[in-house]
Design a binder for this molecule. Structure first.
Ligand SMILES: NC(=O)c1cc2c(=O)c3cc(F)ccc3oc2nc1N
Length: 331
């Protein structure tokens, strides 16, 4: 038990603990490269809980103790998207992909490079930060108005409560449930006689729509961020660089991205990840192809519902992955 601290000592120690614990959590949940053993984290976390119990006024919004949830809210407030969230135009064949590339080249007047990304099968989310602090998280909704699910998103460990820089930005990405968490959750629900979720996407959606944030906190959700809506001081001029910049300021981004200079290279990426799909620890339903250069994206613009500078190549529905426990045959 830490000796009783004076208000001044407690203030300084709490700030130091928040900074250290948030760094450890960033390494563990965002970089997947923990630098300390769990028991070190737990010891410091317990010390912070004790200080916050002694001095509740020291509980800050970026304190890791705020991630455990426990708020039960009546319902979700509306969240207006100043910058709309669009949907993607789907393509289902190499021919349609080539037509997309031809339309782009015809409009732009020359060949363009594409940033290709895995299409994570989760829920679109929009995250707003002011002076580095996470202030609002929302679902896509109809693209203009979503639901404010900030309290639930605070329980998702890979969403930073405070960025590595005190900047104001708005970013978008996918919140998803890893395959392993999905299987475990359904086993628990089956044992409890509850309905099981049909797929990880439904499980993630159900988990984010919980009015009891403690339930969300137990669902082991994760994120990949992929779009900068309000750039603030971010400087990237291409999608590929923006993904790296998102990672630098503290977000989890998907490493399986590729800069492709021709539609044949795009097709190779699509085939590669169609074959790798089953071994990924999360579900994908296709590949997102984006004109890499932001100035060219701007010249292409949007239709009513979707950007002209992107396409989603959709994989055929995955053959039902029957998970057959490898049966030990005792001889
Ligand atoms: N599910 C995804 O993994 C994913 C989804 C989108 C979008 O929905 C999306 C929608 C836009 F209007 C523009 C870019 C986008 O980029 C995206 N990039 C991704 N990687």
């Amino acid at each position: 038990m830490s000796h009783l601290l004076t208000q001044e000592e407690a203030t300084a120690r709490a700030q130091e603990l928040r900074k250290t614990l948030n760094r450890y959590a960033f390494e563990y949940y965002v970089k997947d490269q923990p630098s300390v053993e769990d028991y070190i984290y737990d010891k410091l976390y317990t010390e912070l809980v004790q200080i916050e119990e002694q001095y509740p006024e020291l509980i800050m919004s970026d304190s890791p103790t705020q991630r455990v949830g426990g708020k039960v809210i009546e319902g979700f407030e509306k969240a207006v998207h100043d910058i709309p969230l669009y949907s993607l135009n789907d393509v289902f064949s190499k021919e349609e992909l080539i037509q997309f590339d031809q339309r782009v080249q015809k409009t732009v007047g020359h060949p363009v490079s594409y940033c290709c990304e895995l299409k994570i099968d989760g829920l679109s989310i929009s995250l707003r930060y002011e002076n580095g602090l996470f202030v609002r998280g929302a679902t896509r909704g109809d693209g203009s108005v979503g639901e404010n699910i900030t309290e639930n998103l605070k329980t998702v460990n890979s969403i930073p409560l405070r960025l590595n820089e005190d900047i104001s930005v708005e970013v978008r990405g996918e919140c998803y449930m890893p395959k392993a968490s999905f299987v475990k959750l359904n086993q628990e629900r089956e044992e409890a006689g509850q309905d099981v979720f049909a797929n990880p996407r439904n499980a993630a959606a159900g988990s984010l729509r919980q009015l009891d944030t403690k339930v969300t906190a137990q669902r082991k959700l994760d994120t990949f961020l992929y779009t900068v809506a309000d750039f603030g001081p971010m400087t990237s001029k291409t999608q590929y660089d923006a993904l790296n910049e998102l990672s630098e300021i503290g977000f989890r981004t998907n490493p399986e991205k590729r800069l492709c200079n021709t539609v044949d290279e795009v097709w190779a990426f699509i085939q590669e990840y169609h074959d790798k799909r089953a071994e990924l620890p999360y579900e994908i339903d296709g590949i997102v192809i984006k004109v890499n250069d932001f100035d060219i994206q701007e010249s292409l613009g949007f239709t009513v519902k979707a950007p002209r500078w992107a396409a989603a190549y959709k994989f055929p529905p995955e053959e039902a992955q029957t998970v057959i426990e490898d049966i030990e045959w005792t001889i």
